[in-house]
Ligand binder design. Structure first.
Ligand code: KG4
Ligand code: ZN
Length: 338
């Protein structure tokens, strides 16, 4: 018997709905919210209002594109957290209402676990390359930077994480310092491809075990620019590509140092990436080029599954459905989750 899951994602500023049947993606609709660009970051109040406007058309479209009727949905998976409370409330309330009206179970999904399980979304007419257990996942997004050992689909252990800013935050904040638009990660990625990564060097943190820290790098970047702007007000403008390339190189080195240490210590050679920053072309190229040296088999999610999307919520819902892990109607979203 086939299993069809509707996934709903609304943790931050993307409203998304997806249909997955037996692990295969049938649709994945994402409505981005342009309203935040003018503010240089996500404004929570505006995000929840935009989710209210988007949620019904986005879910409706996901069902239509999948070519199914809503009566074929076996369960509704939604993001419980972590995320912005106002945003989470829109998705979770909608999921609850729809599950009641269709008479199907509700499945709560941890957004971070979903980013990792995005590596398991299967697509028809594609060579699907999925990790085997146990694997090590570098989860890098706008809100989190973690090293996670995945022993099974629903059995994960966080072995390291950032003590301050996330990698995506480092990209976004440094972009803002340079006057680049939000979100800064993709912009830095693009400019870095035209720059010299050896042009400048920035301080790197000394962290214990598998933990990360990015706030020192951000401060070092800020002071470096401030000092240089004193002598040359056009310093950023004249060195934009080199600044982006050097900064990106520093972030990638920080991420890979700990990933390599964990891989060696735990002797896990199956390595996956997840989260918005895993879209970074420099990070992807570096991992692929270094993999043979470290004897790694690598798994890089397709670009459309790196940043927030509901396909990752639906695939997590699929595995929770198989494990019969359902939620009750009194479940509440959580801005922070362990
Ligand atoms: O996973 P995600 O969509 O949302 C969170 O759960 O946080 O990640 C968003 C983050 C942002 O910080 C954005 O700048 C970063 O991912 N990002 C990138 C790239 N694309 C998105 N960072 C570096 N290079 C990229 N190409
Ligand atoms: Zn995310």
């Amino acid at each position: 018997m086939s299993i069809t899951i509707l996934g709903i994602e609304s943790s931050c500023d993307d409203t998304s709905a997806a249909i997955i049947r037996d692990g295969y993606l049938l649709s994945n609709i994402i409505a981005n919210q342009q309203v935040h660009i003018a503010y240089g970051g996500v404004v929570p109040e505006l995000a929840s209002r935009a989710h209210q406007q988007n949620i019904i058309p986005v879910v409706d479209r996901a069902i239509k594109v999948a070519g199914i009727s809503k009566n074929e949905i076996d369960a509704i998976a939604f993001t419980r957290g972590p995320g912005l409370m106002g945003s989470l409330l829109v998705g979770s309330s909608f999921a609850k209402g729809l599950s009641l009206s269709l008479g199907v179970p509700l499945i709560d999904v941890n957004h971070l676990q979903a980013h990792i399980l995005a590596n398991f979304v299967l697509e028809k007419d594609t060579t699907n390359h999925v990790p085997s257990f146990p694997f090590l996942c570098l989860l890098v997004s706008g809100g989190h930077s973690q090293l996670v050992v995945m022993n099974d689909y629903l059995d994960m252990k966080i072995i390291g994480q950032t003590i301050d800013d996330a990698a995506g935050e480092a990209f976004d904040k440094c972009a803002k310092i340079m006057g680049l638009p939000y979100p800064g990660g993709p912009v830095i990625d693009k400019l870095a491809s035209e720059g010299n990564a050896e042009a400048f060097a920035f301080a790197k943190p000394k962290m214990t075990e598998y933990n990360y820290s990015f706030s020192g790098l951000k401060t070092s970047f800020l002071y470096f620019l401030r000092d240089n702007l004193k002598n040359n007000p056009l310093f950023i403008e004249q060195n934009k590509n080199d600044l982006c390339a050097s900064l990106q190189k520093a972030i990638i080195e920080i991420l890979l140092d700990k990933l390599l240490k964990a891989s060696n210590d735990l002797n896990i050679k199956e390595i996956a990436l997840a989260g918005g920053v895993s879209a970074n072309s420099g990070l992807r190229t570096k991992i692929l080029s270094e993999a043979p040296k470290w004897n790694w088999t690598t798994y890089l999610p397709a670009f459309k599954f790196t940043t927030d999307n509901a396909a990752m919520i639906a695939i997590t819902g699929y595995y929770k459905y198989k494990a019969e892990l359902f939620a009750s109607q009194d479940i509440v979203p959580m801005a922070r989750m362990s």
